[in-house]
Design a binder for this molecule. Sequence first.
Ligand code: NDP
Length: 482
Amino acid sequence: MESILNYINGELRPSVSGQWLDNVDPSCGAVYSRIVASASEDVSAAVAAAEQAFPAWSALKAEARAACLNRMADLMEAKMEALAADESRDSGKPLALARRMDIPRAIDNFRFFAAAATQFSAESHYTSPELFNYTLRQPLGVVGCISPWNLPLYLFTWKIAPALAAGCCVVAKPSEITPMTAFRLAQIAQEAGLPPGVLNIIHGTGPDAGSAIVSHPRIKAISFTGGTKTGAGIAAVAAPMFKKLSLELGGKNPTVIFDDADFDLALSTAVRASFTNQGQICLCGSRILVEASIYPKFRDAFVARVQQLKVGNPQHADTDIGALVGKAHFEKVLQYIELAKQEGGKLLCGGNAAQPVPGGYYLNPTVIEGLPQQCRTNMEEIFGPVVTLQSFRDETEALELANATEYGLAAGVWTSNVNRAHRFAHRLQMGIVWVNCWLERDLRTPFGGVKSSGVGREGGWEAMRFFTEPKNVGVKIVLNPE
Ligand code: NDP
């Protein structure tokens, strides 16, 4: 059985405690590898290594840092097939999806921020003929990156790549539920010759290893993606220590479909937005709001399409929906389906477990209607293959419903009325709005949410600015020397 080790100071090592955790393949429920269970002493060793590496790494020319990141990307590309297989096995997602989305995007993250390192610049302000100001953007030092299980390597590298590009040294923790590709990244960093200590990867649970990163006094910033409750706990620890914080948290995203939308495109995209990665993407649209005049037609067509989705073994090429990430999450989603029934929801399809592989955590894609906005099913994040349908009378009501939850991550708007599209986008309380599309990403754009969906933005210069501290230097020039 393979052992997943920490990566500290360029070496792969067991944890100080010598304890291990099981790593489960959710497609069949079997333990297939073991993970080091780390705690504060492992984090302290990683911080010490990162601090030692920081002066040289931050002093490197941007081109040299970019070359290191590009070497990592080249190696990931060469190992694409193996990485996709690891990601699929660890998380239960269809292998085809890992091949098409997760791993290419992780590679793009490294290449994108390698380029960003060489292009990053800061402002100068001409104040008067005698005075100008320029801004230095200095790397923060040692930073912590903590990522979730839904898009393991994709979200892990989305934080690590800009931190390294900006000149920081990193102590990172993937979710203990999906550690395998982070372990592969450590092996790749060794092979790429990344200087020891620049990147350190600690494995273990959130309460043990994650919280040790958050509370470590010499870690200057925390970039976290995960649940809203966990994010609030992290903020409570990190804020009084005056750490910089970037929190990408949960969502309950609306997909709003007006009657003048391109029906077929809205339909097929809404199916994708609902069920890609078993609905376990923070950007999935889990509340579908449809204008009353087309509601019955849309509902029937939507349910018919959803019933065609194949729940299957993640390894099989024709599988649309793989396994949920693990037993605890599977049970949580099933409980939400029970709750929806208790709240008076009508199941239009799904609602039950599937068993394409014995022992695995599979759910049939579930569509529910007949629930008001103000119920737990429509207010809380479920994060699984479960969506609700609601109808609205007009734009005002659509906006009210769309903005009704505590979350504000992303929304989809479907209309052919260009005025309405922009007006509606302007009024949505969201960090991200897609008009007539979904999940079209440009890595330069700001990424993140408002309200309980988070604080701060990732992506492009936002990420480079997060990992650097601005310092203004004001310079007075003597114009008329004696
Ligand atoms: P969690 O909040 O449970 O965990 C996220 C990460 O934090 C994991 O690595 C976890 O470790 C770690 N962690 C848990 N407790 C602590 C702690 N006390 N201190 C430090 N770290 C801790 O989220 P999930 O992994 O369940 O991920 C799903 C959530 O992520 C959903 O709510 C989803 O919406 C959100 N998400 C948000 C995105 C966004 O960009 N806004 C994108 C993707 C997902 P471990 O798992 O090992 O315990």
